[in-house]
Design a protein around this ligand. Structure first.
Ligand code: SDX
Length: 423
């Protein structure tokens, strides 16, 4: 193992260096504080690795994304979401037998306890579905309190199976329609669309174009290494909290508009630009103005300094699916024009700001009839296998410890309490 040398306050410190399977270099600093008394400081963790992981590889400069070594482009084209969920969780593509068993489990465990349906009655009609989803996922731990050793594997399946049902029930609740039970004769994505859009009064015809599009959307969102919500799941999991509490925390982290909440913010931004009608330059200029809080939502990424490969796939998919459905969406035209204008502007070019996964995904969800406030729920359904895989990887690593970062204190030095009369 090679090493790096730190020279600090007249002393030299040798720090071990590790190399990843793709040649990434990591300086191991876990003994730095005990040997030098110093810590590193990296707000936002732009240069700090939290762990070793074998699940997903991203090369931000080249726009590469691979799940367990398989390029995202191949998985999006040839696989489906249930198979990708299996791959992320267990590290290998399933055999015919493994695939059939996994899919049967997802079907068998798709219902929620009938008593949980009463929970939905307590939420106000305009409750955001992300609030409902995080609350309901945490509540699952009250129905499945089993000890970890005996129940982790089945709880991974329960969560992937039931997250669709919880999401669809939240949607039905928000529009005042009766909930639709999952059906055992439908595939993972077809079952979700049926629960979302079927009504008792008429037969809902499953559209294979939408099933294929949903599979691709969920595949593209399934994992993305140490992003904010996955790091949150690992953080909570590191305290040995149960899987339901850990996933519920990931849902809350994903909700933020800088993260998974961006897909909802993109559609709201595109609609605002459409309603405003004064063209793109005004919005490009606002996005560049440091004194203006407006940002071009769906643009930029902490890791990708090139096109987000998922955005490239989604950009083409949005046009293809709308064509196949025979619908047009003026917001797609606005998105593509906005992308063209932004990428001709040096502000975005010199900062390597390209469309990310959230820029086009909302156009597709809209084409499926999914309301804007459900977009981040769709992201959560897709990201769930990734969260589970990282939680599993952390818990199976005997060397993993509770996440407990340090800080550089900048507050008052010691001072003496003064009674209120003398203040
Ligand atoms: C996701 O981490 C992941 O992998 C996340 C994700 C996943 O799959 O899990 O990929 C999913 O969260 C995608 C990102 C979705 N969020 C958005 O689309 C929100 C808009 N984008 C930004 O807020 C921003 O780009 C972030 C949050 C995505 C990245 O933030 P960083 O890495 O902290 O970058 P930064 O804010 O420091 O920006 C660097 C510069 C700044 O300008 P300067 O100070 O250098 O002059 O770029 C500017 C920023 O002002 N900038 C933008 C911008 N994004 C960055 N300016 C205008 N519009 C933007 N969207």
């Amino acid at each position: 193992m090679t090493s790096a040398r730190l020279h600090l306050d007249g002393k030299d410190y040798e720090l071990p260096v590790v190399r990843g399977s793709e040649g990434e270099t990591g300086i191991v600093i876990d003994q730095l504080r005990s040997s030098s008394g110093a810590i590193t400081l990296d707000p936002g963790f732009t240069s700090t690795g939290a762990c070793r992981s074998a699940i997903t590889f991203i090369d931000g400069a080249k726009g590469i994304l691979r799940y367990r070594g398989y390029p995202i482009e191949q998985l999006a084209e040839h696989s489906d979401f249930a198979e990708v969920a299996y791959l992320l969780l267990y590290g290998e593509l399933p055999t015919q037998e493994q695939s059939a068993a996994f899919r049967a489990d997802l079907t068998y465990h798709s219902m929620i306890h009938e008593d949980m349906k009463k929970f939905f009655e307590g939420f106000p009609p305009n409750a955001h579905p992300m609030a409902i989803l995080s609350a309901m996922v945490a509540s699952l731990s009250t129905y499945y309190p089993g000890t970890e050793e005996e129940s982790n594997e089945i709880n991974f399946v329960r969560l992937i199976a039931k997250v669709r049902t919880l999401a669809a029930y939240a949607y039905k609740k928000s529009i005042g329609q009766p909930t639709i039970y999952p059906r055992n004769d439908l595939s993972y994505c077809a079952n979700f669309l049926h629960m979302m859009f079927a009504v008792p009064a008429e037969e809902y015809v499953i559209n294979p174009v939408l099933v294929r599009a949903l599979n691709m959307l969920l595949i593209l969102h399934a994992d993305h290494e140490q992003n904010c919500s996955t790091s949150t799941v690992r953080m909570v999991g590191s305290s040995r909290a149960n899987i339901f509490a850990s996933i519920s925390s990931g849902i809350c982290a994903l909700w933020g508009p800088l993260h998974g909440g961006a897909n909802q913010a993109v559609l709201e931004m595109l609609q605002m630009i459409a309603d405003d009608g004064s063209g793109y330059q005004k919005w490009i200029d606002r996005a560049k103005d440091k004194d203006d809080s407006f940002r071009l939502m769906g643009f930029g990424h902490r890791v990708y300094k090139n096109y987000d490969p998922r955005a490239t796939i989604l950009r083409k998919m949005a046009a293809d699916v709308l064509d196949e459905l025979g619908v047009s969406d003026p917001l797609l035209d606005i998105a593509r024009d906005l992308e063209r204008v932004a990428l001709e502007d040096e502000y975005f070019v010199e900062r390597n700001l390209y469309p990310n996964v959230d820029f086009y995904s909302g156009i597709l969800y809209r084409a499926m009839g999914i309301p804007t406030n459900m977009f981040t729920v769709m992201f959560a359904i897709g990201r769930l296998p990734g969260w589970l895989a990282h939680w599993k990887e952390l818990r199976e690593d005997d060397s993993s410890r509770i996440y407990r970062p340090r800080q550089i204190y900048t507050g008052y030095t010691e001072r003496t309490y003064q009674p209120i009369e003398s203040r």
